[in-house]
Design a binder for this molecule. Structure first.
Ligand code: SAH
Ligand code: SF4
Ligand code: F3S
Length: 472
């Protein structure tokens, strides 16, 4: 048993990150522990969590468990959770209620809670007192040890909480079972050291730790060999890639090296507006396989609020960067994240955000109401704006977001674009995929086009997607 500790989670030392190439092992004694058994996994949160779930799936299959899409049938249920906002919490609590019933019917069912919520003291305390039937609580730093915890639970039938509030290390040999055959997530770094005052991620994911450039390039090369068309380089703040390594290379250098592989499409998330260099803009501009799409979270258009958020840039600096990117990279699309109702946000602050949105006219924005996260500095700030008012602000912002999203999409009608057809669309027997600029397109095409980058003529624009036809 090892419980998280918020104070320890804040610590950042100068200690070098250890990179381990052989820490994931499956002892012989348990290599068939999952034979004729199934697991069901539910994933919440960001791409990093989705990718962690891809690791967990592969670990379970190494133990001979098989994945099932039917939760009621499963021998093991895994909840990979997100802690970013209160509603992410609530979803998990609701799901725990459903799983409790299954557990009552089947005493042998093994339940596992992992991911960012597991790293929170409030959650492990709750699990210990109210959810004693949850078998394993597993943090974000020790996924590779899942086989050992499973063995323990099978033998001892006693709740086991294994969460470490440490800066973290890098494990290079964790297996992965990717959800897609065509596009892949590639972690380039873990953790975050930015400590934006509202955000829980630096506490749940540990310090910023970059993977070695050669390890990343090797992974991309292997993906190319396996037929992958697209990689998305993942990090909470990719621009800061390499700074912790002190090996003389940075994110622009990494992008350049990845671009020299034969991979057709390269994306990356997330870029913090702070330390977005001219060199990065140059590389994105100069390589055709780096997609002209940048997610550049703004958070607020008020300098006062940006300061309280510890975002380390001003509205004016953001505008300068935004314009530079637009001028330098032809056809670029830029999306953003915005938080409304940060503690102390006045009507005037919010109007600054709206005004800035009208000025910049983003392709799209993901908008959120501020959510108090236990242990973050913003949690202690006085917050007098009623929720009702925050909801109104969110609705009026979303109206503006949708208006510009549709305007941008309309510009595509009649144009030819390249789309990587990656899956079936929800409707009309169509396939779906994204343009280089990350616009979702539904296309009437047969299965044989799955996994191919095709030329599509856009016929119709909606707020959130485009409709298109295959070019002959
Ligand atoms: N690392 C990324 C963001 C990761 S979290 C970055 O810095 O850009 C994704 C988004 O969730 C953030 O951009 C922010 O807009 C939102 N978010 C994070 N913490 C939040 C909180 N406490 N309340 C509301 N929204 C939050
Ligand atoms: Fe959170 Fe800020 Fe780090 Fe993004 S950069 S993960 S918002 S602390
Ligand atoms: Fe959520 Fe953790 Fe990602 S808090 S957004 S799953 S890093």
């Amino acid at each position: 048993m090892n419980l998280p500790n918020l104070k320890e989670a804040k610590v950042r030392t100068k200690n070098k990150t250890l990179i381990k190439y052989d820490d994931y092992i499956i002892p012989k004694a348990i290599e068939n522990i999952g034979k004729n058994k199934t697991f069901h996994i539910i994933t919440y949160g960001c791409q990093m969590n989705v990718h962690d779930s891809e690791n967990i799936k592969a670990i379970m299959e190494d133990l001979k468990y098989q994945e099932t899409s039917d939760m009621k049938d499963a021998n093991v249920i895994i909840l990979n959770t997100c802690a970013i906002r209160e509603n992410a919490h609530n979803k998990v609590v609701g799901m725990l209620g459903r799983i409790k019933h299954l557990k009552q019917e089947n005493k042998n069912l093994i339940t596992i809670l992992c991911g960012c919520m597991a790293q929170e003291e409030v959650i492990t305390n709750l699990i210990k007192s109210k959810y004693k039937w949850v078998d394993i609580v597993l943090g974000t730093h020790n996924i590779h040890k899942l086989p050992l915890y499973l063995e323990k639970i099978v033998n001892e039938h006693k709740q086991d909480i294994e969460v470490y509030s440490i800066e973290g290390e890098i494990y290079e040999n964790i297996p992965v079972k990717r959800d897609s055959k065509y596009k892949a997530y590639v972690n380039i770094m873990y953790g975050c050291d930015k400590f934006c005052t509202y955000c829980i991620v630096p506490y749940t994911r540990g310090k910023q730790r970059s993977r070695l450039l050669e390890d990343i390039v090797l992974e991309v090369e292997q993906l190319v060999t396996s037929g992958y068309k697209e990689v998305t380089l993942l990090g909470q703040n990719v621009n800061a890639y390499g700074k912790d390594l002190n090996l003389g290379y940075n994110f622009a250098d990494l992008l350049r090296e990845v671009a020299k592989t034969q991979i057709s499409r390269i994306r990356f998330v997330t870029s913090h507006p702070w330390d977005f260099t001219d060199d990065m803009i140059d590389v994105i501009k100069n390589y055709n396989n780096i997609m002209p799409y940048i997610h550049l979270p703004l958070q607020s258009g008020s300098n006062r609020i940006l300061k309280l958020m510890n975002r380390k840039y001003t509205k004016e600096e953001y505008i300068t960067l935004y314009n530079k990117i637009k001028e330098q990279i032809p056809n670029v699309s830029i999306t953003t994240d915005i938080i409304v109702g940060f503690p102390g946000e006045t009507d005037e602050d919010f109007n600054d955000t709206l005004d800035l949105y009208h000025l910049l006219k983003f392709d799209l924005a993901y908008t959120f109401i501020f959510s108090k996260r236990e242990g973050t500095p913003a949690c202690k700030l006085k917050d007098e704006t009623p929720l009702e008012e925050k909801r109104k602000r969110l609705a009026s912002l979303n109206e503006v977001v949708n208006k510009y999203a549709l305007e941008h999409n309309k510009k595509y009608v009649g144009r030819d674009v390249f789309v990587l057809l990656e899956d079936y669309s929800d409707k009309d027997n169509k396939l779906m995929g994204y343009t280089d600029t990350m616009k979702l397109v539904n296309v009437k095409a047969s299965d044989e086009y799955l996994g191919k980058i095709v030329k599509v003529k856009i016929t119709e624009a909606k707020t959130w997607s485009l409709e298109g036809e295959l070019h002959d």
